[in-house]
Design a protein around this ligand. Structure first.
Ligand code: DGY
Length: 331
């Protein structure tokens, strides 16, 4: 028996975070490739009498899990998003909830641009074409796509990642507009400093007039299926839709229909609904010509993932020591 608190970690996060935890606590890591079942997390918390839980966005953390260990004082998610955690249940039980805000802003904006450029310039399709040994000669109209420079970029949700994505448009001389609950003069000023003149417009106008629409809203009740049939029909037939936020923000069946009926030209998705997207999902019949999908890797740079591990460890330590969690999801 030991008095050293125990932390249960639902996946092997980068070593830098685990080391920080091991310096102070017993650390038990779930070594599976797939997430542990919810019931398994609850029973491990109970067996270990855990005081800290480090989880991922693929774990559902609800009352059943939170009641796993009576000593649980903190849940620290290795993610910015916390829509997988029942915050109300945590608050009711006095359990702190930490997350990793800010850290992945630039890295996720990079990926939004990677998808945008891949869709516009058809690079994934081009790679498949070469690999299939179809490249016989230079072609005057081979794999032509829309220009990115001078095009209109629509940002839905001008938060941190939306702003970082818009900032990158400066190098492409794009016409940038954004939509959201309200105008954001501070964000506009920040963007103006790098030469991006971001105009606030209603969402319908943004959808109708943008060549590229990039989604940057959190998944909450109001944003569930925010982009459905109606919205996709409002978009231009040459438009490209990019989603690096949460899969549930886009109605997958509606997107499938939109690609099928050519309401829009292409889509680039880093997040999907369902997620993971099964390899035999019908929407994948549009790939790679009309659809590029990556497996939720928005934050997947080595530096960012290491920083996320450090932040997750810092939140866990604060929670166990009874100090304010540095990045609290409970407000
Ligand atoms: C998050 O952290 O919420 C991202 O979606 C994955 O890193």
């Amino acid at each position: 028996m030991t008095d050293t608190p125990t932390v249960y970690v639902t996946r092997r996060i980068p070593e830098v975070g685990l080391e920080r935890l091991r310096d102070r606590y017993e650390v038990v890591v779930w070594e599976g490739k797939l997430p542990p079942a919810k019931a398994h997390i609850a029973s491990r918390l109970e067996e270990l009498d855990a005081e800290g839980l480090v989880c991922l966005l693929s774990d559902t953390i609800d009352a059943e899990v939170l009641d796993g260990s009576p000593d649980l004082s903190v849940v620290s998610t290795f993610s910015v998003g916390y829509d997988h955690i029942d915050l109300e249940a945590a608050a009711e039980r006095g359990i702190a909830v930490g997350h990793t805000p800010g850290v992945l802003t630039e890295t996720t904006a990079d990926l939004a641009w990677a998808l945008l450029t891949a869709c516009a310039r058809r690079t994934v399709e081009g790679h498949a074409y070469v690999e299939a040994d179809e490249w016989e000669t230079w072609g005057p109209t081979l794999l032509t796509g829309p220009d990115i420079h001078d095009a209109a970029l629509g940002i839905v949700g001008l938060g941190n990642i939306g702003t970082a994505t818009a900032r990158r448009a400066a190098g492409f001389d794009m016409d940038v507009r954004y939509s959201g609950r309200s105008r954001k003069p501070d964000r506009e000023a920040e963007l103006a400093e790098v030469g991006v003149d971001a105009t606030y417009v209603e969402r319908e106008e943004l959808l109708a007039e943008s060549d590229f629409v990039s989604l940057h809203v959190p998944l909450v009740e109001a944003t569930e299926d925010l982009i459905g049939e109606e919205e996709l029909q409002q978009m231009s037939e040459n438009a490209v839709l990019i989603n690096t936020s949460r899969g549930g923000v886009v109605d997958t069946d509606a997107l499938d229909t939109a690609l099928e009926r050519e309401w829009i030209a292409r889509a680039g998705l880093d997040v999907t609904d369902p997620e993971p997207l099964p390899g035999d999902h019908p929407i994948l019949r549009h790939a790679p010509e009309r659809l590029v999908v990556t497996p939720h890797i928005g934050s997947a740079s080595i530096g960012t993932r290491n920083r996320m591990a450090e932040m997750a460890a810092a939140c866990t330590i604060a929670g166990i020591e009874g100090e304010p969690v540095p990045h609290s999801a409970l407000g």
